[in-house]
Design a binder for this molecule. Sequence first.
Ligand code: PAF
Length: 285
Amino acid sequence: MTINTVHTKSELGTIVRTWRNAGKIVGLVPTMGALHDGHLSLVRQAKKNCDVVCVTLFVNPTQFGAGEDYATYPRDEEKDKALLQSVGADLLYAPSVDEMYPDGTAATLSAGRLGNILDGEFRPGHFDGVATVVARLFAHANPHKAFFGEKDYQQLQVIKQMVTEQKIPVEIIGVATVRENDGLALSSRNAYLNADERKIAPLLYKTLVETAQKFVGGMPAAELLIHAKENLISAGFGPVDYIALVNANTLVPLETFLPDVPARILGAAKLGRARLIDNIAISER
Ligand code: PAF
C-alpha cells in the first residue's frame, strides 16, 4: 500500500473538510521532498499533536534565486512516499507549479525586515517566496497546526510573523533540529558534500556551540564572531556568509550576553558545493 496522494487544492480541500467535520485536529508538515530523518521527526511530532497529518511536497520556485539549485534540487517522490508511509502520515499533497501559482511564479507576500537580514541578505527574495508558498499551502490545506524545523530558524520566525500579519488561524510549532552523531544538522543539501567535506562539515555546529559558551561566559560578540569565522575559514569553509549572535525573537544582533534576553546563534557558510546553515539556542525566555 502507498500513501494516499492528491495533486489539486480541490481534492485536498474535500479530504480536509471531511476530517474537520469529523472533529479531527489536522496537522500540516510542509516540505520540499528529499526527505530525511529531520522531516520524519516533524511528521512524528505532528502525529503526537494531531489526529491526522498531511505532508506537502512542493519544490517552491519562488524561494530559489537566480543561480541557485531549483532545477537540480534532489527529487525522489517514490522514496519520499515510502518514508511517509513508514511514519504513518495520512495524506500527501503534491501540487504542480500551476496549482500553486496559477497567475505566474512571483512571490506575493513580503517577509519585510525579517526577510532582508542574515540569510535574506545573501538570498534576496528567498523569504518572500517562503512566506508566499506557506500562506498558499495553509489556504489549500486549512490545518489547525503546522510543523517546521528549527534548523531553518529564520524561516520559522518569518512564518510566525506571516500568520500573525495575515491573521491565519494556524498554530506554528517549531521542532528541534535532528543531527548526525557528529553534530551535523540533517539537510537535504548535505548530499552535495563530498567525503572530505563531510568530515569538515560538523565544525559549523561545534563552532556555534563554542562561541555560544564563550558569549555566556562574558566575551563580547564582536571578538567572538571574528574568531568563529577565522576558525571556519582555516578548516576549509568559505565564504562564511555570517555568524550572528541575536535576540531569538527579533533576530536583532546582541553585543553582549544579557541573562534576561533570549539569545540564539546562527551561521551560514559554503563548504564546496553545499551552503550549510545551522543555529542553536543560547538562552530561552
Ligand atoms: O523548509 C522547507 O522545506 C521549505 O522552505 C518550505 C517551508 C516547505 C516552503 O517551501
